[in-house]
Design a protein around this ligand. Sequence first.
Ligand code: ADP
Ligand code: MG
Length: 709
Amino acid sequence: MYLCSMSNILDSDIKYLTGIGPKRGELLGKELGISTFRDLVYTFPFRYVDKSKVYAISDVSSSTAYIQLRGKITRMGMVGEKQGKRFVATLSDSTGHIDLVFFKGIKWIQEKLIINKEYIVFGKPSIFKESFNMVHPEIDQVSDSAPAGEPSMIGIYSSTEKLKSAGIGNKVFSKFVMTLLSKHLSQIPETLPDYILKRHKLCPLQYALKNIHFPSDPKALSAAQMRLKFEELFYLQLSLLKTKKKRTQESVGVMMPKVGQYFNKSFANIPFELTGAQKRVIKEVRGDIMSGKQMNRLLQGDVGSGKTMVALLCCLLSADNGYQSCIMAPTEVLAQQHYAGVQKTIAGSGIRTALLTGSTKAKERREIHQGLLDGSIHILFGTHAVIEDTVQFLRLGFVVIDEQHRFGVNQRAKLRFKSEIAPHILVMTATPIPRTLSMTLYGDLDVSVLDELPPGRKPIQTMHLTESKRDAMFAFLKKEIALGRQVFIVYPLIKESETMDYKNLEEGYELITREFPAPQYITAVVHGQQKNENKAYDMKLFAEGRAHILVATSVIEVGVDVPNASVMVIESAERFGLSQLHQLRGRVGRGAEKSYCILMTGYKLSKESRQRIDLMCATNDGFELAEADLRMRGPGDIEGTQQSGLAIDLRISNLAQDSQILQLARMTAEEILDRDPSLAGGENALLVAQLALMKKQDELVNIDYSKIS
Ligand code: ADP
Ligand code: MG
């Protein structure tokens, strides 16, 4: 059997691979995290280039990635001084010229190149002073390139400057992999049980590894990719689902079967009918809190879908059953607003609430601590401050975390220890997460979705304007204000020192107050550098309708609810991500009036910025935008994934493109766990071994994580 992991060849230290040794081994570890044979074979090319194709120099364009050129060196020599000193050789073919540039390894390349000799050059063009060049390309003499029998598809690996200057370019790197595979491929143990391979017609690991690095043809490459993607996603899902199963089996949850006066009296105060989605989610939560198991539920709902009401009703149920609860928000403004927002609903019900934030005064703070300890406070609202160690509850039973992505897993864990029995946890997010992503990020949580907006919302009309339309835009704002509406104007968060390309808030504020002079117009301003009391004062001014305009940085992104505001102007909109833009837009359209979102940008936009802006103008649907965002930027950049504590460190799968493989992987994992929950069966021994290996690797990574937080 190959299960004995002790003797797995892949555990060998990378320095023992022929051609590497201690020095290069250390460098590979530092630069790419490669410290074992396994790390090396699982470092896959991020793209492939067909080396049988040679392009004309005139074909090079700004969108060209790696290409191969063929031509003569017509000129070469040193250029520049000091830091900028470099060796430049000009390659020419019948269609044009391109400069090949070397900052390092100059002596070697100088000796290698001969004027008027023909070379094959392989690299990635970049633009320098309005013409194309190639920095540190691979160069071969025509005679010694691509010997017969060499595969024409070449894998391109990520690299770093340090590696390149140590002579470990793509060619050398792929030679390392080749060495490993040619010596040890047959010793590499299979990682998926036979029955899974057969059922999904996946190729064996050895075949996959060989062809992912050195594809014999495109078909073999896609078989290899399929197999390796499946393996990656399958084990991720298996481990998430196993955690979830274990937790639901072992966990003990606070029982909350009763619906009592706190709930009923407050419910009677609600001036509107709950949406179908709100009712459904409350039912789902009730199911959980009567199950005797601890609830861990993610509530996703687009901006304005009414999450706060759901959260409040849950907390009231908790109170009816004799338990305290708390609602955490990412910012003070938001915590305050939650707190203030629920007061009308709970009036007369006997529920006692408190607000605890960083700016709560010492005396009040002590009183709140006391009230939590003796149980007289039922619901605590607050920011991160509520998870400080000094805050103790008498009987904490329910915790709501709003805007999940700003809280790390560690912080969530901290809350769990605030009472003997872990409280139920409802995590709410207004950043819609595509299903593929939430399956992976929150694969161990149950998910509820508020997919229905309260009735009467008019869709927000989104427009894209450039500077030349600014006057017209201001005129439009004046018209809206004359109709009694209010206006948000948002600037990107900018550190003072940054270039003046983008209007910063201060300039903006000046411009706005000149254009909209007092006393006819009142302009409030809110930003991160402000003192809390000033911020609160200006916020209040706007929230109460006494200011017409609120100039702000993206601090207002989350939560702020001013139903009378009908226009959201976003300055330098190209600087915001899609989900952020959508969040901001969600600040309007909350009253019954028709609302507008105006995206101001410069004239010149990158392709991606334009796509983002166009998408914003095309749809109001947060989930659609989130899917698009994922496709455009990849999961690593999606807001919240970094802080989620579950780094999506996928080696080969792409959550945006591989959703079908992901579904398949998840289904397979579910079926296996349903049949064999503890994976005790002999046919699953391999799965257990792989999970253990993953855990070991995770732990290695986690050391860093805990240091940061
Ligand atoms: P979000 O999901 O963005 O947190 P909120 O909870 O802030 O949304 O709700 C947005 C607004 O909609 C609030 O003013 C809230 O009172 C109102 N609201 C919530 N549920 C309903 C409903 N069922 N019908 C009408 N208005 C509702
Ligand atoms: Mg909210």
